[in-house]
Ligand binder design. Structure first.
Ligand code: ADP
Length: 180
């Protein structure tokens, strides 16, 4: 069975899922938006693990388009997967990097055995990506990753997009319908 792609409007830090994806920055040391909310509600254990990861594997920070996992601290999840979205550029096509965030996060989720994975709309806040374009890239990347999964054992049951406001929800709804 292929995974269901679902949409909800809300705060990702209030979601129950095996893995919650964080739109982090390459420092892994926290920031605003989703990142700030996850660290605030999840508590200091997440940041402590991020610091350790940064020190041991990514002394120069996590490259754009990649993903790593930590504990979810006090969040109602087993893991937080931190991925670094690209900053939107008017002159350079960075969509492969944005797609990579979704693909790599799902790969990490599969390694962890996560059956439910919740994503925010990566790069559409401080990183400035136009919402409709980001939504299409996100939906396409998730569909491709799910199709490419080597077997049902590695595919999650549900991939959920958690959109902060109604406008974002509607844009993702349209993207999902358009690529269905
Ligand atoms: P980025 O730096 O990747 O653009 P942001 O966190 O600034 O990341 O924004 C990404 C998206 O997440 C934006 O659409 C923003 O409205 C949304 N967002 C912000 N806070 C939350 C939250 N608590 N839950 C879900 N989405 C959120």
């Amino acid at each position: 069975m292929t995974a269901r792609i679902t949409l909800v409007q809300g705060d990702i830090t209030r979601q129950r899922a095996d893995a919650l994806v964080n739109a982090a920055n390459s420092s892994l040391l926290g920031g605003g938006g989703v990142d700030g909310a996850i660290h605030r509600r999840g508590g200091p254990d997440i940041l402590a693990e991020c610091r350790a990861l940064r020190a041991s594997h990514h002394g120069k920070g996590l490259p754009t388009g990649q993903a790593v996992a930590t504990t979810a601290g006090r969040l109602d999840a087993d893991h937080v997967i931190h991925t670094v979205g690209p900053v939107w550029s008017a002159t350079e096509d960075r969509s492969a990097l944005l797609a990579s965030c979704y693909r790599e996060s799902l790969r990490v989720a599969a390694d962890l055995g996560a059956r439910t994975v919740a994503f925010p709309a990566i790069s559409t806040g401080a990183y400035g990506w136009p919402l409709a374009d980001a939504a299409h890239i996100a939906v396409r990347a998730v569909r491709e990753a799910l199709t490419a999964a080597p077997g049902p054992a590695l595919a999650p049951d549900e991939v959920r997009f958690v959109l902060f406001d109604e406008a974002a929800y509607e844009v993702f709804e349209e993207a999902l319908a358009a690529t269905g």
